[in-house]
Design a protein. Structure first.
Length: 171
């Protein structure tokens, strides 16, 4: 009887530990392929480029720039995007994703997600997620715009106060 209890206890411990196992690299990579994470990352690059262009336009505040200056700005943006594409290359990011997923999920969870993402509903989620994220970003930007303006005004006021204090004669 004692042997049976010890056997069942050992079996229970093994089963409990199996649920807590680190997912295999292969299973994580399968999930990353199914969820098309690399395509999602690639789709972000044009959005980043657009944000950079908007940032440059905003920084210029409608000022006309010479063709030479525009060429420099364009080259700077192109160089930044090239560097970003290089640093955000899937070959560099995939090992990071694998490590993070292995630290964050169990094998059971990864297997469950793989099973879900293989279903029609899972595939619908994958195909619609880029649009969801894009729409979310657009909504968040409309919320953030007034706050950013307030922050800029506050920053300008602080700089003006500092400059005013600095220009006062010291006693």
């Amino acid at each position: 009887m004692l042997k049976r209890i010890l056997f069942l206890l050992a079996l229970t411990c093994l089963t409990a530990n199996a649920a807590d196992t680190v997912p295999s690299e292969a299973s994580v990579k399968e999930m990353l392929v199914i969820t098309q994470v690399n395509k999602l990352l690639d789709s972000m690059l044009p959005q980043i480029d657009s944000m950079m262009q908007n940032g440059i336009r905003e920084a210029m505040k409608g000022q006309q720039v010479s063709a030479e200056m525009q060429a420099k700005l364009d080259k700077s943006r192109t160089d930044a995007m090239s560097a970003m594409k290089e640093e955000l290359a899937w070959s560099k990011l995939e090992p990071i994703y694998v490590r993070v997923y292995q630290k964050s999920f169990t094998q059971e969870e990864v297997s469950g997600m793989v099973a879900f993402y293989k279903t029609p509903i899972g595939q619908a989620m994958i195909s619609k997620m880029p649009v969801v994220l894009q729409n979310t970003m657009a909504e968040v930007q409309t919320v953030m715009a007034p706050m950013m303006q307030r922050l800029q005004r506050s920053q300008q006021e602080t700089v003006a106060q500092i400059q005013s204090e600095a220009s006062k004669p010291k006693k």
